[in-house]
Design a protein around this ligand. Structure first.
Ligand SMILES: C[S@@+](CC[C@H](N)C(=O)[O-])C[C@H]1O[C@@H](n2cnc3c(N)ncnc32)[C@H](O)[C@@H]1O
Length: 233
């Protein structure tokens, strides 16, 4: 896993509190797809430093479980929220073995799935863990954006890409999977989940005053993609 989420977990946490891509673009766009959190059992898959946990707890949920492959991130969440959150280390490539079947009303997974190689077993686990009538909301890299970084120029080939990002104010290498839109939607459909909404996010107008060129980019190019999927009753 990238040093960004282990060695630099504290810096990552600080960087995404008020930044453009997470705070002003990704989070409002994900939250827009969520509903009915009051009294819900919520699972945050790839919770990071708990920025979403903070918001979810403010929604009067019944129970919040946070999992992440990084023990540094899980320690941050435990330190911030203590017993209010059930947080533990879990590599999503191994599924959700600790979660009981039909136990979650809502599963969220913002900006995580591009780190998971095979989405088919993961969505099958999401389907198992969701209660009938429950739903999942996730965001990930937009396949049309990532295609510009494809070494093979074959849109339909899944590829591990390495890039250097400046998210925390210094260059850090990050590896993620680039894949087609169809690979995502087919993995969802094979699990039995029904896609009820797909959006491409909405850049908050306040981004314009912070950085005009980023605002122009986010309002003219695909960047992230957002899904809501339902487990029918
Ligand atoms: C971009 S961060 C997003 C964190 C959080 N969801 C948010 O939006 O603030 C990606 C997170 O995915 C976690 N992650 C990466 N690969 C993972 C895996 N295979 N299983 C579980 N978590 C993983 C990282 O440790 C990191 O915390």
């Amino acid at each position: 896993m990238s040093d960004m989420y282990t060695k630099h977990a504290h810096q990552y946490d600080a960087a995404i509190q008020n930044n453009i891509y997470n705070a002003m673009f990704e989070r409002p766009s994900t939250i827009e797809l969520l509903s009915h959190l009051k009294g819900a059992d919520v699972l945050d898959m790839g919770c990071g430093s708990g920025v979403y946990a903070n918001w979810i707890l403010s929604q009067s949920v019944k129970k919040l479980t946070c999992v992440d492959a990084s023990s540094d991130m899980i320690n941050l969440v435990k330190n911030k929220f203590g017993p209010q959150v059930n947080a533990y280390v879990q590599n999503l490539n191994q599924g959700l073995p600790i979660e009981a079947s039909s136990s979650a009303d809502v599963i969220i997974s913002p900006l995580v799935l591009h780190y998971v190689e095979d989405l088919v077993p993961l969505f099958s686990e999401v389907y198992r863990v969701l209660k009938p009538g429950g739903y999942m909301v996730f965001s990930t890299h937009h396949p049309f954006n990532d295609f510009s970084a494809s070494p093979s120029s074959n849109y339909f080939r899944r590829e591990l890409i390495e890039e250097t990002w400046d998210t925390i104010g210094m260059p850090v290498k990050v590896k993620f999977y680039r894949r087609s839109l169809m690979e995502i939607t087919e993995a969802i459909s094979r699990s039995g989940l029904i896609i009820s909404r797909i959006t491409e996010g909405c850049a908050d107008e306040s981004i314009q005053t912070k950085c005009e060129s980023t605002y122009r980019r986010l309002t003219s190019h695909p960047n992230f993609i957002f899904f809501r999927c339902e487990k029918l009753k």
